[in-house]
Design a protein around this ligand. Sequence first.
Ligand SMILES: Cc1ncc(COP(=O)(O)O)c(C=O)c1O
Length: 390
Amino acid sequence: MKRNFSNEFTWPIQDPEVKQALDRAYNDGDWGRYAGSNCANLQKELGDYFSVEQVRLCSSGTIAVEIALRAAGVSSGDEVLLAAYDFPGNFRCIESVGATPVLVDVDSNTWSMSTNDLESAFTDKTKACIVSHLHGGIAPIKRIVDIAHRTGAVVIEDICQCPGAMVDCDTDWHDNLPAQPTTPETVRQGKKLGTIGDIATLSFGGSKLLTAGRGGAVITNNSTFHQRATIFCDRGNDTFPLSELQAAVLIPQLKKLDKKNRQRLDASRALLDTLSQVNAANSIKSKSIKVDRHHAPAFYKIPIAIQSDDPSRKQTIIDLLQSQNIKIDHGFRGFTKRSKRRCRLHGDCQHATTLAAQTMVLHHPCLLSDNFPEIVDTIAEVLTTSLDNI
Ligand SMILES: Cc1ncc(COP(=O)(O)O)c(C=O)c1O
């Protein structure tokens, strides 16, 4: 029997504290001001949360990426590395500052930039590298920073999909989980994603884990980058502003982010465990999640790759799930088919091409629903029946 799961995907969820924040902004008149208290408070809260010195609020995650590129000094004639499977706006941002995107492959276990052969992608034209942590994956950011810094390139971490995720830089989570921690628990340290590269970008778009309908931020500890961002954005007034009302609704959400991320993580693990056991397990690929108190991804989209050469299989599964109002859709299209006049491909980027063809992504709101176990069962059932005879 078909179920209707539309309520499980409602976003944002109603939160009385968000309502109170809006009322407060209404009562004190901040809603109509250029420089009320809410933007200043949000800047401070984000600075404290990420332990960074500089926070620039802005109007979207996309413009945050362009601001970060300009802050890094990227301009015409430069090259910028990015994963060949990524948010399309990141490619456009590189073009909009006059630079050339250089596509590197992804790791098919993390959906994020791989370090295989990465070193040789850097040339003397490479000014920066955009690293997006995608679909609950964590790119090997420490290794990427080490490689980039050897050549003087700036690392821009795109954490639009994963605010609050933690990485344990002392353990190599990208290979096998070590039987014993390589260093004692007390010495190992988790760091928030977005604080390992040189500058990072956040999105507060309507579907995001922290939402104000629209909005974004750029965070960094580099005062030169911050100053360049300010010079680019300020044209007598802030050109890409976040409003007082948007800032007001974000503050209570930020305070709850860690708790909600934990809930989403537990639910994601339950789904991925179930998927690894369904009959169709050989035909799908998702993630194994490694978690401890120093290392925890954050899930905005949960990826499932349908390992079939026939693209109609994925479409059939998406159609079946969508008919029950499960919000699952195609992943990114990737860039490997883009004109070679617009970008340079480093290697064959085969994993990115394959993932772009095979990936579908489940939208996060259901992870917080009490009915999530039923969604897991439905997804497992649809996959089993659709993929049995691949
Ligand atoms: C990885 C990534 N970067 C950047 C963005 C852009 O954010 P915005 O929609 O706020 O412009 C998104 C949006 O989905 C994203 O997923």
